[in-house]
Design a binder for this molecule. Structure first.
Ligand code: C2E
Ligand code: MG
Ligand code: MG
Ligand code: MG
Length: 299
């Protein structure tokens, strides 16, 4: 092994001396294998979706759901996106996955409409998909496949994690998408290194304030300031606000008082299967406490 390491180090050139790191090598092999198995999983139909309700705080009703991808792994069970998305970010596979999610979620929405359930549908799209030339064409084709599904009922959540390389292009895509009837949201707002530039340059109608700020805002004054600040900025720019990570009644109360438009979190509902959703929605009542509790939180 030592010989092999020396050989590789020499290959790197005299002026660019590097040590061979077996741990790095192991990780590279592991991620290549993961890439192959995700490609196979998409073809084998092992991906599936969960849906998490989004409540309209003013109207007190469930207005939308966000589609969240899962991998039903034959050996490891149901995997969350954190276990496989990072491996495919930056590869063509992320576009394939986003395309699969769009097709699957819209087919599901068509079924709900048929059942008399009218729900807006939020779908996450990677920056990479969004910056692909025929992205909007693909989206319209999928929408056209379902006569019951309207572009107006779809909101695309742009993931801020991958820095958007070409703001001019993304801004044009949002503008063109809006003409088709689509809505856009900036996801995980506040965590990207250039959030304010995104706000300034991207005409997305909604900001989704990141759950890390919301989760601690009741104990942590600074996080509370950020939440208030983002809501104020959204107002000033004429954007809507969704708060993620609403885990308790108190979160909901405070957000309502601060003027938040929509909310999503474990305190309202966990992501669920498409089959579970209609019954859950029928039973949903907005907590009466939300309006009352807020008073003492602000005093
Ligand atoms: P996101 O779009 O910000 O989605 C919200 C995540 O927070 C979801 O995790 C959801 O289950 C979780 N969550 C919701 N409410 C709460 C709460 O009250 N407390 C806590 N602790 N967590 C909450 P999930 O499903 O694991 O997804 C993680 C991320 O993976 C998503 O973050 C999104 O960035 C990405 N992702 C999920 N589905 C897709 C997809 O179909 N396509 C793409 N490109 N990315 C996706
Ligand atoms: Mg959507
Ligand atoms: Mg999202
Ligand atoms: Mg988020």
């Amino acid at each position: 092994h030592a010989d092999h390491a020396m050989y590789l180090a020499k290959q790197c050139g005299r002026n660019n001396f590097q040590f061979f790191d077996p741990e790095q090598d192991r990780q590279a092999i592991a991620s290549r294998e993961l890439l192959h198995s995700i490609a196979r999983a998409i073809d084998a139909g092992e991906l599936c979706l969960r849906y998490q309700p989004i409540v309209n705080m003013r109207r007190g009703c469930i207005e939308a759901v966000e589609a969240l991808v899962r991998w039903q792994h034959p050996l490891r069970g149901l995997l969350a996106p954190i276990e496989f998305l990072p491996a495919i970010e930056g590869t063509d596979l992320i576009r394939e996955l986003d395309h699969w999610v769009l097709s699957e979620a819209l087919a599901q929405q068509a079924t709900w409409v048929q059942q008399g359930l009218s729900l807006r549908l939020h779908i996450n799209v990677s920056a990479q998909s969004l910056q692909t030339p025929d992205f909007l064409h693909e989206v319209s084709c999928i929408i056209d496949r379902h006569p019951r599904v309207q572009a107006q009922s779809i909101e695309l959540e742009i993931l801020e994690t991958t820095a958007l390389q070409d703001l001019g292009l993304v801004s044009a895509v949002i503008g063109e998408g809006a003409r088709l009837g689509l809505s856009f949201a900036l996801d995980d707002f506040g965590t990207g290194y250039s959030s304010l530039i995104y706000l300034r340059r991207l005409p997305a109608g909604t900001l989704k304030i990141d759950q890390t700020f919301v989760r601690n805002m009741l104990q942590d004054r600074e996080d509370r300031n950020i939440v208030e600040g983002v809501i104020g900025m959204a107002r000033a720019f004429g954007r809507d606000i969704i708060a993620e990570g609403v885990e308790t009644l108190e979160h909901g109360s405070l957000l309502m008082r601060l003027g938040c438009d929509r909310a999503q979190g474990y305190g309202i509902a966990r992501p669920m299967t498409a089959a579970q959703l209609p019954q859950w929605i029928a039973a949903y009542r907005q907590p009466a406490l939300w309006a009352d509790r807020a008073e003492h939180l602000l005093s």
